[in-house]
Design a protein around this ligand. Structure first.
Ligand SMILES: [Zn+2]
Length: 247
């Protein structure tokens, strides 16, 4: 996954993410982005932005569920409530679609090449149940494939979370391990961020990437925009970074 010393050198800048010398030091490709889909954070971008999205059931839907359980099954009022509940679910689904659209649009408008892994969402559903179903990962993935100018899909089961994004060293990473602490080069980095960088590099060889100082203004405004979408929380991985994971 690693290509040459030049790439290593450029990537050394990523160490700063985990040592908190400041986000201004992060450098990244202008035209490509890697995305790691996860349980803890819905999306981690290789530029250090984490996006969490979750639309909870509305209070109205919960109330209607209770009402429905009180009604006599298949009675006139039961059907009345069921109709109302279906309408509410349609509204929630629409809201979710709208959010997915906004998230996908800002990513596809900002980056030419978008790399992500073809993760087995269905397997996750069995493992994690409602936590996944409540999130929009599947929809986001489908839309990214459709809307990116250059979508790059990393094959399923590529061990992106086990490979160091700086030196390429591979080590076991149990799911509970939230920080990647490289046994070879000592890199200390958020697990999902490490994976997202790997994903980008897997599809776009480092020597083909043009690295320029990260447009901090652009990324800050990206985070601000994402946070303006209801039920979406976005931040930089440094904010909740490795040290928090240690505590
Ligand atoms: Zn390493």
């Amino acid at each position: 996954m690693r290509q040459g010393k030049g790439g290593n050198h450029r990537h050394a800048d990523f160490i700063h993410i985990s040592t908190f010398t400041g986000i201004k030091d992060i450098t990244h490709s202008d035209n490509g982005i890697g995305i790691d889909f996860g349980i803890k954070s819905s999306l981690t971008l290789s530029n250090g932005i984490i996006i969490n999205e979750d639309i909870p059931l509305t209070g109205k839907a919960i109330k209607l569920h209770k009402e429905l359980s009180r009604r006599k099954q298949h009675g006139k009022n039961w059907y009345k409530t069921l109709n109302k509940l279906n309408k509410e679910y349609k509204y929630i689904t629409q809201k979710k679609k709208d959010e997915i659209n906004k998230i996908v649009n800002i990513i596809t408008n900002s980056f030419e090449t978008i790399a992500f892994q073809n993760d087995p969402i269905k397997g996750w559903m069995r493992l994690w149940g409602r936590k996944i179903r409540g999130s929009a990962i599947g929809g986001i993935m489908d839309d990214l494939k459709r809307k990116s100018r250059t979508p790059k899909v990393v094959p399923r089961y590529t061990p992106t979370s086990q490979v160091c994004s700086i030196c390429g060293h591979r080590q076991k990473m149990p799911l509970k391990e939230r920080t990647f602490n490289c046994g070879s080069c000592n890199l200390y980095i958020d697990r999902d961020l490490n994976a997202s960088i790997d994903i980008l590099e897997y599809m776009v060889p480092v020597e083909h990437m043009e690295y320029t100082p990260m447009g901090i203004k652009a990324y800050t405004s990206m985070v601000r925009y994402l946070n303006s979408i209801p039920c979406v929380k976005a931040s930089f991985v440094v904010d909740i970074g490795s040290f928090t994971a240690l505590a």
